[in-house]
Design a protein around this ligand. Structure first.
Ligand code: F0G
Length: 431
């Protein structure tokens, strides 16, 4: 038997060949997920093999995604693996951040250490490998910045042509610069992320371009290895909580799927609880999970954390399933809370981009509300590198950061540069 694509809709569960170019179920429009063939080896043996691969010089063993290839739907000896040695991101303890959230300890899993500086690389290595397996020539995505940076790099490495669509004026220059440098044809569209996703889906279908947004099930497969690697690094000790920011909700879907598969195969004996944190102005999933009603998109999402400025996340049915299965939760945080939490993560010597800091801000609230216990074992996932959005940082530290509603944010932990003359006496006065 080979890996297959399966519709996640419980009333449908239609199956498709792994080589079909589809993103939704042709029968019921449900989301699709990839199912891999369960490895014949025992968990104990695989844990040993995965550990040994860290000492190998083979590219696919060095990759923190392909090292775990027994858990991926590429069991046909895929010859075209596209890897930039993604993954291998560190677990970093952060006592100062723990104090800030009133926790005994916090560990950050920092996905910003990836080749293009975000967790998207974990997914893109699999997405671009699938594009190669399908014999596609062009790949496309809409992006709030990181997906496009990552897709551009992987497509360039694979010899594919990357086409990028971004909301005009709404992504950070760090990310846009990466896409240009990696040679992607880049279209800035006067519309928001959700509107552009609809547009790109039409274009992909019409022109035979392979879509590499997180609706693509192979992206999700790659991203689930973030959880496998995290547990491997912790010698398979399961944390109480895994906290992450939520935008299009692909990452929480990936984490939940990976964790369920590890439980089912006997690698772990319980699931951590997943906590998703959204920005208050772009929090449709938070609203949905706290109401009894239908899912309602936010039509004009707003947040300075542009990575998660998404009002109509496609993966919400998967995300809902994973939050319910793990007895997880969803929180939302203000612009001020994100900005201050980000500065605290910086002061730990770690740093991250604004969306990532929603984790610490959310944890602080969940702790204050008693949802997370003080002595909980918490892993928070920092999704992007500190250099992704330097403009935000400079404004915060110089007291010039305005929220989308025009209100100036307080630079609680501001650290403005000091302008001095070329005069040792004058400078000494500041020291
Ligand atoms: N953090 C960062 C740094 C991101 O770039 C994103 C998503 C998220 C969190 C949210 O992850 O969408 O899986 O819930 N960025 C996408 C992009 C949408 O286009 O780069 P999600």
């Amino acid at each position: 038997m080979n890996s297959e694509l399966i519709c996640i809709n419980p009333a449908c569960r239609a199956r498709y060949a792994i080589t079909e170019v589809i993103y939704n179920c042709p029968k019921c429009e449900g989301l699709l997920e990839a199912e891999f063939v369960a490895p014949a080896t025992t968990p104990a043996q695989l844990k040993k093999t995965w550990r040994e691969r860290r000492m190998s010089n083979l590219p696919i063993d060095q990759s923190g995604v392909w090292r775990y290839r027994e858990m991926l739907p590429f069991d046909d000896g895929t010859p075209h693996i596209v890897t930039l040695r993604e993954g291998n991101t560190p677990l970093l303890p952060a006592p100062l951040a723990a104090d800030y959230a009133n926790l005994d300890a916090i560990t950050f899993k920092h996905q910003g250490f990836n080749p293009t500086g975000s967790f998207k690389d974990n997914g893109m290595t699999c997405g671009s490998t699938q594009a190669m397996r399908l014999g596609m020539q062009r790949v496309a995505c809409v992006s709030t910045g990181n997906t496009s940076a990552s897709m551009a790099a992987y497509a360039a490495a694979a010899g594919l042509k990357p086409l990028i669509f971004i909301p005009n004026g709404n992504i950070s220059y760090g990310k846009l610069a990466q896409a240009l440098e990696y040679g992607a044809r880049t279209f800035q569209v006067d519309a928001n992320f959700d509107q552009i996703l609809a547009l790109v889906r039409v274009l992909a279908e019409r022109l035979g371009i392979y879509l590499l947004n997180s609706i693509n099930p192979f992206r999700i497969e790659g991203q689930k290895t973030i959880m496998i690697e995290m547990l491997d690094q912790r010698d398979w000790s399961v944390p109480d909580w895994v906290v992450l920011p939520g935008g299009n909700l692909g990452n929480v879907s990936a984490f939940g799927k990976g964790l369920r598969e590890l439980l089912q195969a006997g690698f772990i004996d319980r699931l951590p609880r997943l906590a998703v944190v959204q920005a208050e102005g772009s929090a449709p999933f938070y609203d949905f999970m706290r109401s009894d009603g239908d899912f309602r998109a936010v039509h004009h999402p707003e947040t300075l954390a542009t990575a998660i400025k998404i009002g109509d996340p496609v993966s919400w049915p998967k995300a809902r399933h994973e939050i319910l299965t793990t007895n997880g939760t969803v929180e939302r945080v203000t612009e001020q809370e994100i900005a201050d939490a980000k500065a605290v993560i910086g002061r730990c010597g770690i740093g991250c981009e604004p969306a990532s800091a929603a984790t610490l801000a959310g944890l602080r609230k969940l702790r204050a509300d008693g949802v997370v216990e003080k002595n909980a074992d918490v892993v928070a996932v920092l999704t992007g590198n500190v250099l992704k959005d330097p403009d935000y940082i400079y404004r915060y530290h110089t007291g010039a950061l305005d929220a989308p509603d025009g209100k100036r944010l307080t630079s609680t932990f501001g650290n403005a540069p000091i302008v001095v003359p070329n005069d040792p006496d004058e400078i000494a006065r500041h020291l």
